[in-house]
Design a protein around this ligand. Sequence first.
Ligand SMILES: C[S@@+](CC[C@H](N)C(=O)[O-])C[C@H]1O[C@@H](n2cnc3c(N)ncnc32)[C@H](O)[C@@H]1O
Length: 260
Amino acid sequence: MIIDPAAAGSGTGESMFDALLMHFAGNQNSDDLDPRVVKALRAEFERSEFFGEDMRRLWAMCEKVVVQSGRIPGGKGKSINLLNLACGYCEEGAVLSAFWGRGGRRVRQFAMDLRHAEIDKARRRYAATERMFAAAGLRKIRRRDEGIDVEFIADDATHLVGYGEIPEYYDVVFIRHQNLWHDRAVWQRIYEFALARIADDGILLITSYFDREHLLALELIKSLGGKVLVTERNPSSRELSYPGKSIDRHVAVIARNEVT
Ligand SMILES: C[S@@+](CC[C@H](N)C(=O)[O-])C[C@H]1O[C@@H](n2cnc3c(N)ncnc32)[C@H](O)[C@@H]1O
């Protein structure tokens, strides 16, 4: 099922469940899927700890800001390269692949974090998600030339070299909950790297936990040559126990400033 990815990128309203279903079914035509399997999966999905409210809200925010940005990362191409930097245990790995894969696009996601333990957890989490879909009877059909969905890499975010066939540029660079306050120099280096890796028409999508940290991140990114296309406060962001901190509190889309 290949539909116009440009249309998919500009918000077809396809639900997170449908997109995940297609992703884990290897984009088989949904009419070919056994309705009992789909029903069982939907029930599983509703219960799943992996796709709780935070993921649904992140999905909705991504949809909103990407549409507002007017950008169509990857254009009408059949595949898209996605770089997820400082991904931690990568709660959003499957969700991002499903989001950017709408319309039947192949998503090549590379997810990096400095901490090996987090990357191990991320790998196990993604594998468990795949098993959830497989257990319900959904077998991903992969073309022979397709590699794994997400390449998890334990390394410094700016050391993206020497890992086989890694693209140089990415249609989407994603950084969730940066930690600018913790070490500004490190995050400056990560933002510089992220901006340098954005493909033509690509975007950097960031989220932040705090109001002030988000503003500082945007100021820093602008000073490094980024152009803020959209920034939105997430109205249904889940509050955490630390005052003023909440999940994906702000989400922004950034492009590279064109050098004239
Ligand atoms: C606040 S956590 C966010 C993790 C994840 N993106 C999330 O939203 O849950 C910041 C992450 O940055 C990672 N990190 C810090 N410095 C890094 C670096 N130089 N390269 C890669 N990851 C780094 C940390 O290991 C940590 O997982």
